[in-house]
Ligand binder design. Structure first.
Ligand SMILES: NC(=O)c1ccc[n+]([C@@H]2O[C@H](COP(=O)([O-])OP(=O)(O)OC[C@H]3O[C@@H](n4cnc5c(N)ncnc54)[C@H](O)[C@@H]3O)[C@@H](O)[C@H]2O)c1
Length: 455
């Protein structure tokens, strides 16, 4: 199939790199977003998100006249939907008393509705948003058929999951294998032809529901395996074992690959998508449900670890007299708020949840997120830089494995802070080096042996 013009609905972390990659490969691309800030920023030739290389490719696409941005869809040969699929904020599902999160498909619904007036015979529509199984056939198709056209006969309809890694999106878009699931084999072929414009990895055709399952299975597998690693970390602490050493030894086995424990699972994918399976069939998904619970409770585990760290300091006495909460007055420098290393994305971030939990216990937290140098984030007091974060702290708390944090020199930090206590939740820092620099370094997955003398 031959494509001249593409309309991409949703210009976020997925839609904008995809739209600009198609544009620099010769298509006329109209990027559509309902957020005026996104459109105005693009119309000024700038971008509203952080992704390495994205500004360059967007500049190139706009200057060549191949990429334009608007709040309204227009007729095109193909439409690509890359809008968010978060949870419902105020509604939970219930299965025998077990509450589970529900997918909010409002944006996908709205994007499909916006395409209807522009849909023509021979067009292709691709849903890329990560969606519950059967969304393409049960939700998107009936909306598009309001046009009077029939999917698989008059127009082609596909689901194609996005599997790029934030931070590497532009390379992975081109190099990764891509699954394209059609509501008919002809639809899958049309989707194949669209992506073949720039994809160098394999393009595999299947049906739409299989393609939806593939994406959710991938993220669920990671979620369940991280939950297992987090349980190993909790067990190791109880047994007096260093979980990082134990994992590295277990992984010497040729068929074992234990993932890393951490402060929790965040982002809009791994912490969200497994719920799509639970919602689809709660009676069939007890393991997936439990893994979500383990990972969602990990920020509380970190909170307890912080409390242990202060156990023998003045905070203990404050807590024991019942007049103040356990962390009352404690000053904590929280390093990192993003949901994963080297990105600016805070969605569903366990690090931000940990900061909120610490604040609720009376701690005075100053956070430093190098990828979001702003004054306030969601009720969190932000430091102006790293020095500002650590200066008056009693505890330096590492929450995200940003490369710059991994490389921190403990001697330099020691010279900038009065804190002599540090807690590493991501296994970034060398215990010996930090101890030599005068810190007591505690680590998630390693028993906490308290700790500070009273101040
Ligand atoms: N970011 C990732 O790493 C990643 C990876 C794989 C899959 N996904 C999936 O891709 C989808 C998009 O994710 P994202 O990270 O790009 O989201 P995002 O929030 O960064 O961007 C989505 C954009 O869609 C816009 N939007 C919302 N409703 C719209 C509508 N009706 N019409 C037009 N625009 C609309 C928003 O204003 C926003 O700019 C989600 O389903 C996500 O789960 C994301």
């Amino acid at each position: 199939m031959n494509f001249q013009k593409l309309c991409v609905l949703g210009l976020g972390y997925i839609g904008l790199p995809t739209a600009s990659t198609f544009a620099v490969n010769g298509l006329k691309v109209l990027g559509v977003d309902i957020n005026p800030h996104v459109i105005e920023t693009l119309q000024r030739g700038q971008i509203h998100i952080h992704e390495p290389g994205l500004q360059d490719i967007v500049t190139q696409a706009i200057q060549s006249g191949h990429l334009t941005a608007s709040m309204q869809a227009e007729p095109a040969d193909a439409f690509l939907i890359s809008v968010p699929t978060p949870f419902k904020e105020h509604e939970l599902g219930d299965y025998n008393g077990q509450k589970y999160k529900l997918a909010n498909m409002d944006a996908v619904t709205a994007a499909a509705i916006a395409i209807v007036p522009h849909l023509r015979k021979g067009n292709l529509v691709v849903l890329e948003s990560t969606s519950p199984p059967r969304t393409t056939v049960d939700l998107v198709n009936p909306i598009l058929e309001r046009s009077g056209l029939k999917a698989g006969i008059d127009f082609y309809l596909c689901y194609s999951p996005e599997r790029v890694l934030p931070g590497q999106i532009l390379r992975e878009l081109v190099e990764n294998a891509r699954v394209v699931g059609g509501v008919t084999p002809e639809s899958a072929r049309a989707g194949h032809d669209l992506y073949a414009i720039f994809v160098q990895g394999k393009i595999i055709e299947t049906d739409a529901t299989t393609a939806e399952m593939v994406k959710i299975m991938e993220n669920t597998t990671r979620d369940v395996n991280i939950a297992l690693a987090n349980e190993f970390a909790r067990l190791a602490e109880k047994m007096g074992v260093n979980v990082w050493e134990a994992i590295s030894l277990a992984n010497l086995h040729p068929r074992i690959n234990i993932l890393s424990p951490g402060p929790g699972v965040g982002g809009h994918c791994i912490s969200v998508d497994p719920w799509f399976f639970v919602e689809a069939a709660p009676e069939l998904t007890p393991l997936i449900y439990k893994a979500r619970q383990v990972n969602d409770s990990q920020p509380h585990f970190v909170l307890e670890k912080v409390k242990q760290a202060f156990h023998s300091s003045a905070g203990k006495h404050s807590a024991e007299d019942g007049s103040m909460s356990a962390l009352s007055g404690k000053k904590i420098a929280a390093l990192g708020l993003a949901y994963k290393p080297d990105v600016d994305d805070l969605r569903e971030s366990p690090a931000t949840e940990i900061v909120h939990l610490l604040q609720a216990e009376g701690a005075q937290v100053k956070a430093w997120e190098p990828f979001k140098p702003v004054a306030q984030i969601d009720g969190i007091h932000m430091a102006s830089d790293l020095n500002d974060a650590v200066r008056d702290a009693d505890l330096v708390l590492l929450l995200v494995k940003h490369t710059d944090f991994v490389k921190l020199d403990p001697n330099e930090i020691a010279s900038k802070t009065k804190a002599r206590l540090a807690l590493d939740t991501v296994n970034a820092w060398n215990a010996d080096e930090w101890q030599k620099a005068g810190f007591q370094l505690l680590r998630l997955g390693v028993q906490t042996t308290p700790v500070l003398k009273a101040a």
